[in-house]
Design a binder for this molecule. Sequence first.
Ligand SMILES: N[C@@H](CCSC[C@H]1O[C@@H](n2cnc3c(=O)[nH]cnc32)[C@H](O)[C@@H]1O)C(=O)O
Ligand SMILES: [Zn+2]
Length: 430
Amino acid sequence: MATLAIRGGRILRSDMTVTEADVLVDRETGDIVELGAELAGDEELDAHGDLVMPGLVNAHTHVAMTLLRGHADDKPLDAWLREDVWPVEAALEPADIEAGAALGILEMIKSGTTTFADMYFEIDRTAEVVERAGLRAVLGHGAIAAGKDDVAARADIEESVEMARRLDGAAAGRISTAVMPHSLTTVTPELLELAATEAHDAGVPVHYHANETVDEVDPIVEEHGQRPVEWARDLGLCTEADFFAHGVHLDDREIDLLARTGTGVVHCPASNMKLASGMAPVQQLLDAGVPVGLGTDGAASNNDLDLFDELRDAAMLGKLAAADASAVAAPDAVSMATAGGADVLGLNAGRIEAGAKADLAVIDLDAPHLTPEHDVVSHLAYAARGSDVRHTVCDGTVLMRDREVLTLDEGAVMERAAARAAGLLERAGV
Ligand SMILES: N[C@@H](CCSC[C@H]1O[C@@H](n2cnc3c(=O)[nH]cnc32)[C@H](O)[C@@H]1O)C(=O)O
Ligand SMILES: [Zn+2]
């Protein structure tokens, strides 16, 4: 067994207590083997003075949208998608996806994220970058019917199914997949049903956008006399494996239904604030026992992929939504960003314990904004930033050591992404 030992630090346990322990990892299986004192490994990572926490989980993004970062700000969802995003996306080439994904993945490694779930185009290109970069990912081709005829819309769903079948288990098991119809309003009911049947037949989840804005909820209620989540359940999109992004506008019945089905919700607080979509009832979801993870959404509606920002936003917005300062307390926000996200994605990760995946972020606590140390979990929720991450480990492999990313050439990735982004906007004529 080839091993990695992370030595001299304290670890964050899933009950949010902190204890001194070394972490021993099997580099071949990528699993945590043992926690304890004075553990030696073939390879070692120094964690003296640091906190070893589970790698963060970005459970909903469109990673190659990093190329659109700062291109279109300060608009609501519908206008933003139709006027600014979709026209540019129409000019995307496979090489753009590769460059944008590399940029986003670089940013995630540098901020301690070890897993992301991605809905986008040309997902093969993203998979290649994931393979090289060493992260874990749940990938899916985003399929949409809006603006397409029936034949093209069906072909798009079929492509999503084909991709999900083909890529599941790629990158030595670091890649899993989902069938990803874009949303409950941009894909027809027949095709949503087809997506669910085919996904479950293939043994993969369905992932989609739901209940993001009032404008998406109202038409479903008017047309079908049902709330969107009830409608989605009847179409087969709410099994325990399935998960959707946003869930901003949910009523009590929908929350109950989600608790009963075990369907996951990915809360995207920054995107919801930036597009003024609304405030998700996060504390209510947690109280009901709904699995909740956190997502950045794409970089054009955030505008970064730093999960530490997201977990702070989740804690802040959760309090505002509940009009209660005790809502979405620090430990709950940190849990959502780690074990919560892993559970939503069906992964044995997000917890530091023997047998779990060795996906870890080592945080350097020696910084002015993390001093004094009354409560480390408070710091993680309210004061830490992605740039405090010293080492990132995924699947037992060190991806970043002392802030140097080992799997990607940082300068080259940034240069290429900037060049592709400029070319993309030029081709799109904006
Ligand atoms: N195959 C589809 C692509 C869907 S990918 C996923 C899409 O979601 C878009 N997107 C990004 N953020 C959001 C959001 O918050 N809500 C809804 N869609 C979003 C993103 O720009 C992208 O077009 C097509 O032919 O258009
Ligand atoms: Zn999204």
